[in-house]
Design a binder for this molecule. Structure first.
Ligand SMILES: Nc1ncnc2c1ncn2[C@@H]1O[C@H](COP(=O)(O)OP(=O)(O)OP(=O)(O)O)[C@@H](O)[C@H]1O
Ligand SMILES: [Mg+2]
Length: 253
């Protein structure tokens, strides 16, 4: 089976209780992702991008529809099964890094493996290998307030990869970074995809960051609007993304 994500007729309705006004955040999303793809998700603010990522990664649940990740119907898993599945098979990179400030950066990366009770020597080997891969070995014993935004995002990426997940989700990973750090992080995400064989789904508002992807899915009003594919020429893809955004919308505003 070569599909890593299979989503059918996915809907999400928020606030349909206590008389709150319902929000139809997702209105019938169908999506298939093959192993090894690097996909960008773009669309206007409020179009449902984060909602989609959170449901695919098991952070949130759908109102209806089918979600299969790495061969598992995650909506049918029990709470503790889902927690284990998420820790082992899914990586998540957040816009604001989500590191724990009381732990060293190395401990932050090791945390998912410690929770999984992996033997200490294996944890040590894996964490060192990833810190080396991301060029952050000198930061091992430091805390997050010592690190720059770009360095923190590298730590967060190492943590996302440490369990050797089947798929990695990233919600605006360059949203808090300057343009130089953004370019660095996008090079790093490309390496995660090509050298660590990680399938990646990344939400971004930034056409430059998106140009590193192989394919972009544009979401509007909770539905997939159109998809565009890169020919491999990043500059040409950047222009195509800008052109598509000018037609379908997708800026922060
Ligand atoms: N927990 C929640 N309760 C109620 N409504 C919500 C909740 N989370 C999101 N929404 C609503 O669902 C819709 C989709 O939100 P979502 O966060 O998925 O958008 P987005 O595309 O990620 O936007 P942005 O680009 O601003 O991050 C919006 O109308 C939002 O207000
Ligand atoms: Mg969002």
């Amino acid at each position: 089976m070569n599909d890593i994500i299979n989503v059918e007729s996915l809907t999400k309705v928020y606030g349909s209780f206590k008389g709150a006004k319902e929000v139809h955040a997702l209105q019938g999303v169908d999506l298939t992702v093959s192993r090894g793809e690097f996909i960008g998700i773009m669309g206007p603010s409020g179009s449902g991008k984060t909602t989609l990522l959170n449901i695919l990664s098991g952070i949130d649940t759908a109102t209806s529809g089918k979600v299969i990740i790495d061969g598992k119907a995650i909506d049918r898993l029990k709470k503790d099964e889902l927690a284990i599945f998420r820790r082992k098979r899914i990586g998540y990179i957040f816009q604001d890094f989500n590191l724990l400030e009381s732990l060293t950066l190395k401990e932050n990366i090791a945390l998912p493996l410690i929770l999984d009770k992996m033997p200490p020597q294996e944890i040590e080997n894996r964490v060192n290998e990833l810190m080396n891969f991301f060029g952050i070995s000198d930061l091992a014993e430091k805390y997050q307030y010592h690190a720059s935004g770009g360095q923190k995002q590298r730590v967060a990426a190492a943590r996302a990869l440490v369990s050797d997940p089947a798929v990695c989700f990233a919600d605006e990973p360059t949203g808090n970074l300057d343009s130089k750090s953004s370019a660095n992080i996008m090079e790093m995400m490309t390496q995660m995809n090509t050298e660590k064989n990680c399938t990646i789904l990344m939400v971004t508002h930034d056409a430059f960051a998106a140009s590193y992807c192989q394919k972009i899915i544009f979401i509007k009003d909770g539905k997939i609007n159109i998809q565009i594919q890169s020919s491999g020429d990043r500059k040409a893809f950047f222009d195509k993304i800008l052109e598509t955004l000018s037609i379908v919308g997708g800026d922060k505003e």
